[in-house]
Design a protein. Structure first.
Length: 123
């Protein structure tokens, strides 16, 4: 099975109060060629149990300690790059999400997010 073109990454650290709404908004998107990867920084608020029960298809990396936001996202980037065909990396994207931001329910969210990625990469 081919790894999707868009990999949505969420770093958590005791973020359970935000995660259900964020994941629902992501899963309600009309664009479907994506996967979700949650990188957890040693949460103690039930993030892993929630994901296993409600979203078993989401990829999950659990750190034994809080590595920080940037280091955890770097883990996610490495994970995605390892799963994409190396000949097609220029056709794939990573979207780093903040738990506190809930996405709207349409392709417009993804289009705007990716447009931001393109703008930043050309600076």
């Amino acid at each position: 099975m081919a790894y999707p073109k868009l990999s949505v990454h969420i770093v958590t650290w005791n973020s359970m109060r935000f995660l259900p709404d964020l994941l629902k908004s992501i899963m309600d998107q009309t664009y479907r060629d994506f996967n979700v990867l949650v990188i957890d920084n040693a949460s103690t608020d039930g993030v892993e149990a929630f994901l296993r029960e409600h979203y078993p298809d989401i990829s999950f990396i659990r750190n034994a300690r809080n590595l920080g936001f940037s280091a955890a996202h770097n883990q996610g980037i490495r994970y995605a790059v390892e799963h994409w065909p190396h000949t097609e990396l220029q056709e794939h994207f990573i979207l780093a999400c903040f738990c506190q931001r809930v996405a709207s329910g349409s392709w417009e969210f993804w289009r705007e997010a990716l447009a931001g990625v393109w703008r930043e990469s050309w600076r």
